[in-house]
Design a protein around this ligand. Structure first.
Ligand SMILES: Cc1cc2nc3c(=O)[nH]c(=O)nc-3n(C[C@H](O)[C@H](O)[C@H](O)COP(=O)(O)OP(=O)(O)OC[C@H]3O[C@@H](n4cnc5c(N)ncnc54)[C@H](O)[C@@H]3O)c2cc1C
Length: 460
């Protein structure tokens, strides 16, 4: 947001105040730090422009809207013309006796993975992951790859029940079981004492560490205390304004059109829209279609959230979906379920087939009509994904930031010849980071080809 403001020529000063001891970083990559596959030093985002004043390790404790100042924990009063709240979210702690020693204070051996500080080495002994949504599956996957003993406890009867049906969820469940993760589905943690978790059926699980993957709550305390409208998040309109036209909110703390919680891509889109609005080019925020790509390296999975609300315009009051197409190949570890509306993808999930994941993600994100041969699409046989190792121009490489093969190649031809430069130029790799290997491979391929001629349409 701050970088965008400067980029768009905001004439006044910009100050970023952050409670964490380091500048903003790739939060979505924290799981990789926890499992030791990524050094915490590599989480850094590109440096902010020199014009931005950055205060790290400083917490804002109050907003005085009448005087237009924010107060900080270290005793400062910072004046503002425009205030942007981007306070994110905090972990949701389930009401299990023993997990907290006081409000917001986790007991010894219990932690969430929300900040870089949460990624310190784990204690000795097994890890119990509470929660089997996307974050829980990712966390159990990552830790089991390190040889860690992992148990996952989830109250629903199957994993990721908000996104997958039981048949689909059986595939990642089998992947996790294959890595030695013990799944306790349909079970709740009933009590925690350091070293053990007791389940609601009386089973006792040894727990060196309990990791909370039980969702997040929008961080709204400042907004609430300053009298702004807060429901689940800080309520904003299409211009990301709160009821006070000088105060805006974006990212995980904001509630836009009744929806709270963002993906990295949506947070970027909001920052972009607000930076344009604040520099005089009024840009209402319209959420784009975004896919969710759980990070289970080596196994592909995409979830397509419902694209818009149900439309009960059939005479029987049901939604006007065209139908649902499902494929289950249990032996091959593949599953797909696609709900179609008006000949396009409305929602669904594809698991276990890299080519189908790529093709379906592209069709959904662009809201393009599905091909007549749906089976070919789901088995990845429609040729949309380049299995020969070439990167098609239209392939979306970074799903978090919607960066295509063409955008990357163009940036490379303009001089961005390594991963960091391509990240700065296109934002690829700055979301979940799952595309970093593709970006690196593209750099190697283009360098090996000695191909430095500008791609069609590129500005040299
Ligand atoms: C482990 C993990 C994996 C994830 N994986 C993905 C993924 O694969 N794809 C995806 O799209 N999203 C993912 N997410 C979600 C994504 O990280 C968030 O949507 C994104 O970080 C939201 O950005 P934000 O700026 O709104 O909030 P945050 O990134 O949470 O930043 C908010 C900042 O505000 C600071 N703050 C809060 N209150 C104050 C105060 N009073 N004073 C000063 N500073 C304050 C906080 O300390 C924090 O540093 C993941 C999140 C986690 C934790």
């Amino acid at each position: 947001m701050a970088a965008r403001l400067v980029g768009y020529g905001h004439p006044g000063g910009v100050t970023v105040v952050g409670a964490e001891p380091r500048p903003a970083y790739h939060r979505a990559l924290l799981g990789s730090v926890l499992d030791g596959t990524l050094d915490a030093g590599r989480l850094a985002l590109p440096a902010l422009p020199a014009e931005v004043r950055q205060l790290t390790g400083v917490r804002v404790t109050a907003v005085d809207r009448a005087r237009r100042t924010v107060r900080t924990g270290d005793g400062r009063a910072l004046p503002y013309d425009v205030l942007v709240l981007a306070t994110g979210a905090r972990p949701r702690v389930p009401p299990v006796p023993g997990l907290e020693t006081g409000p917001g204070r986790l007991a010894e051996g219990v932690r969430a993975v929300r900040t870089a500080a949460d990624c310190r080495p784990l204690s000795e002994g097994p890890v119990v992951v509470l929660g089997g949504g996307i974050r829980g599956v990712e966390t159990a996957w990552a830790l089991s790859g390190t040889g860690q003993e992992v148990a996952l406890v989830h109250p629903a009867g199957h994993l990721m029940e908000r996104h997958l049906d039981a048949a689909g969820a059986a595939v990642p469940a089998a992947w996790l079981a294959g890595r030695g993760v013990t799944l306790h589905l349909g079970r709740r943690a009933a009590e925690y004492t350091p070293g053990k978790v007791v389940l609601d059926d009386g089973q006792v699980l040894a727990a060196g560490t309990v990791l909370l993957c039980t969702g997040t709550v929008a961080e709204t305390a400042l907004a609430r205390a300053s009298g702004l409208d807060v429901r689940e998040g800080v309520v904003v309109d299409a211009l990301l304004r709160t009821g006070d036209p000088r105060v805006h909110a974006i990212g995980d703390c904001a509630e836009h059109a009744g929806a709270v919680g963002t993906t990295v891509l949506q947070a970027w889109e909001q920052a972009e829209a607000l930076a344009l609005t604040l520099t005089g080019r009024q840009r209402p925020y319209a959420p784009g279609r975004r896919v969710l790509r759980p990070r289970t390296p080596g196994k592909d999975m995409v979830v397509l959230p419902p694209a818009g609300p149900a439309r009960p315009d059939n005479t029987d009051g049901t939604d006007d979906i065209d139908g649902t197409v499902s494929l289950l190949d249990r032996a091959g570890g593949r599953h797909a379920r696609l709900v179609l509306r008006d000949g396009r993808l409305h929602e669904g999930a594809v698991i276990g087939s890299p080519s189908a994941v790529a093709a379906v993600s592209r069709l959904y994100a662009r809201d393009e009509p599905v091909p007549a041969d749906l089976l070919a699409l789901l088995t990845g046989a429609d040729g949309a994904y380049a299995g020969d190792g070439t990167l098609p121009d239209e392939a979306v490489v970074c799903h978090c930031n919607n960066v295509t093969g063409k955008a990357l190649k163009d940036a490379w031809h303009r001089g961005a010849h390594d991963e960091a430069a391509l990240a700065r130029a296109t934002r690829a790799t700055t979301g979940c980071g799952g595309c970093a290997s593709v970006v690196r491979r593209l750099c190697t391929t283009l360098a090996d080809d000695g191909d430095d001629t500008p791609a069609e349409g590129a500005t040299p």
